[in-house]
Design a protein around this ligand. Structure first.
Ligand code: MG
Length: 380
């Protein structure tokens, strides 16, 4: 890899919590990426969704395909900016590991259930998955990832939580940025979901191209495609528009970030970390257009009555499961009861184990578990 001086460089890594010998044929960040791909939480992403629940259709994005798209966009930009592509990919593939079933409504419901016990936040849960919950290695709990990958996974964090996290949480207290690869993975996430939600929204019929014409990002590309290809079939036209939207955003991100990096004069990744503002960023005009598209999606897709109906069911399933387990922990599968016996005592520790169990569920597992607990005709 041809790396810029401001890229993450292994020789300057803050390392792993449990020291390990260096891999013979891989970089340290490749090893992180490989561990992520082999973990159970990664495979579960296939059956977790963001906007559409898994059984609603086979063509919608799942968290797995979303994460792969984030990695693809992240790697393209990383290579163009000579950032560390392996690290960007590792962060992109791990960034959603802690998500609950049923997307944001599942997370909100679990957070509400956990209010008296420290709350639930998917970002912190992703870190908990890679630091603690995965049980795959003889020598350590979790995946023992490098500091830089963990730093990228922890996108937001309250100051209170940050104080418990030591070095990893320090930037939230000191109001500093993470390394450039982490900044990039964050924006690659945004480019991926804004565009695939447009695509999935149109495919589902919840959105119409005419409505999307309200947004500059869509209408600019739509006009260009219509002009160039007057007779294109509707689905193909939409795909051509979305392809161009992604390209527009990726090119803007590369060019604007390159300019910001040059102007800042940063010499290495720690210089970038010392700053209060990110150097991986869209230009101001494009930022405004992204904001407009997000507002549009919030209003017309995420608040669509059909999405709300699914959210209501998701909310109910998560709350019912949590309350049932919390009232009688003997309903939990044996391995979770063992964790309760081995771990700390107290209501908060019990609630956290229940939250770990529920957060790890796929959409369909949560629906089945709900049926097993509450449908008298269902086998347990
Ligand atoms: Mg994401």
């Amino acid at each position: 890899m041809n790396l810029a001086s401001y890229a993450a460089i292994e020789a300057r890594s803050r390392g792993r919590c449990y020291p390990e010998t260096a891999p013979a044929y891989r970089s340290e960040y490749q090893r992180d990426r490989d561990r992520i791909i082999h973990c159970a939480a990664f495979r579960r992403l296939e059956y977790k969704t963001q906007v559409f629940v898994n059984h609603e259709g086979d063509l919608f994005r799942t968290r797995l395909t979303h994460s792969i798209e984030v990695a693809q966009i992240g790697r393209s930009v990383a290579r163009a900016l000579k950032l560390n592509e392996d690290l960007t990919e590792a962060v992109a593939l791990a960034h959603d590991l802690g998500h609950t079933p049923f997307g944001h409504s599942g997370q909100e419901a679990l957070n509400a259930c956990m209010q008296a016990f420290g709350g639930f936040e998917h970002n912190l849960q992703s870190l908990r998955v890679v630091d603690l919950l995965e049980e795959r290695y003889a020598e350590f709990p979790g995946l023992n990832l490098t500091f830089e990958t963990r730093e990228g996974i922890l996108k937001h964090c309250s100051v209170k939580k940050a104080q418990e996290l030591g070095e990893l949480g320090r930037r939230f207290i000191e109001n500093r940025q993470p390394g450039l690869e982490a900044q990039l993975a964050n924006l690659a996430d945004e480019i991926a979901y804004n565009n695939h939600d447009v695509d999935d929204g149109l495919r589902s019929g919840l959105l119409e191209p005419d409505q999307l014409a309200e947004t500059a990002l869509f209408s600019e590309q739509y006009a260009a495609v219509e002009k160039a290809y007057a007779d294109l079939a509707p689905r193909r036209r939409v795909h051509e528009v979305i392809r161009r939207m992604i390209n527009r955003l990726v090119v803007d991100l590369i060019e604007n970030s390159r300019k910001l990096i040059t102007e800042s004069g940063v010499k290495n990744s720690d210089d970038a970390r010392a700053l209060a503002v990110p150097l991986i960023a869209h230009s101001e005009p494009v930022k405004k257009k992204i904001h407009e598209l997000k507002q549009f999606l919030r209003h017309h897709l995420y608040a669509h009555y059909r999405v709300r109906r699914m959210s209501l069911k998701a909310d109910r399933v998560v709350r019912l499961l949590f309350n049932a387990f919390n009232e009688d922990i003997r309903l939990l599968p044996p391995q979770y009861q063992e964790k309760l016996q081995q771990g700390e005592d107290g209501e908060a520790a019990q609630a956290r184990i229940i939250a770990d169990y529920i957060a790890g569920m796929t959409d369909r597992y949560a629906i089945q578990e709900h049926a097993r607990l509450f449908e008298p005709s269902e086998l347990t």
